[in-house]
Write a new protein. Structure first.
Length: 247
């Protein structure tokens, strides 16, 4: 019995030491790649990181697997990653093949429907990204670009860039959130409830401005009753803005 306890303790100690060693080894490899956070990773780099983590965890959990069976593949992956990184620096064509190219999601306040479908980037994802950058109205955006690492870069229209109204001594007006009312020809009930509108109210508003619900790709309204509408591709993605209070 004591011998069995001693053997179990030695096994636990071995697991502990393997875990510490592989953790430090993987940390060293990841630091050598030059990446500091997940948002900096290109798709290939992220894939390599996940595979390295899987190789390390397998060796940690199973003491019957020699450490070299994890160390050698991890080193091989690191060398391949470094070789690809060097090739990307020397050739823009290889970089485009491995990393892809930035994609314009919004151009002068217009959502680029075709590109969004191709990149599987939804309108809700885009609105979330804009709000994270303190932009609550698509109409304020000159460019929104989906970068190759998955982040969205935004350039506001000149009228909405600094300096702000307060610094210029102008009347600031009210701050109002914009809410999604229509997406791909379908009414969004959550937006109706927030703005205390009915579907009939929206349809009447559209009819008054000569618009059909089925032709609208995207529409949002802010707290001041201003409606921002983008028609679908069949209507050349035209953008219209009008007030719900207009007669």
């Amino acid at each position: 019995m004591p011998q069995g306890v001693f053997g179990q303790a030695m096994r636990m100690l071995t697991l502990f030491l393997r875990a510490v060693f592989l953790d430090l080894f993987v940390l060293l490899i990841l630091r050598l790649t030059g990446k500091r956070q997940v948002s900096d990773l290109q798709p290939y780099d992220l894939l390599m990181t996940l595979i390295i983590a899987d190789l390390a965890s397998t060796a940690i959990a199973d003491t019957d697997i020699p450490l070299l069976y994890s160390i050698v593949p991890i080193l091989a992956l690191y060398l391949v990653q470094q070789a690809i990184a060097k090739l990307c620096l020397k050739s823009s064509a290889i970089r485009r093949l491995i990393c892809g190219t930035p994609q314009i999601l919004i151009l002068d306040g217009v959502l680029q429907e075709k590109i969004m479908r191709r990149t599987n980037y939804t309108v809700r994802d885009l609105l979330d990204s804009l709000r994270a950058k303190d932009i609550f109205d698509v109409g304020e955006v000159a460019y929104a670009i989906l970068e190759t690492n998955g982040t969205v870069s935004v350039l506001e229209k000149a009228a909405f860039q600094q300096p702000n109204k307060r610094e210029l001594g102008l009347e600031p007006g009210s701050a109002a959130l914009s809410h999604l009312l229509i997406l791909e020809g379908k009414i969004q009930k959550s937006g109706l409830e927030t703005l205390h509108l009915s579907q009939k109210d929206v349809e009447t508003m559209l009819k008054k401005n000569g618009l059909a619900l089925s032709n609208i790709f995207f529409a949002q309204m802010n707290g001041d009753g201003e409606l921002h509408v983008q028609l679908d591709r069949r209507n050349q993605s035209r953008v219209m803005c009008f007030s719900a209070n207009e007669p």
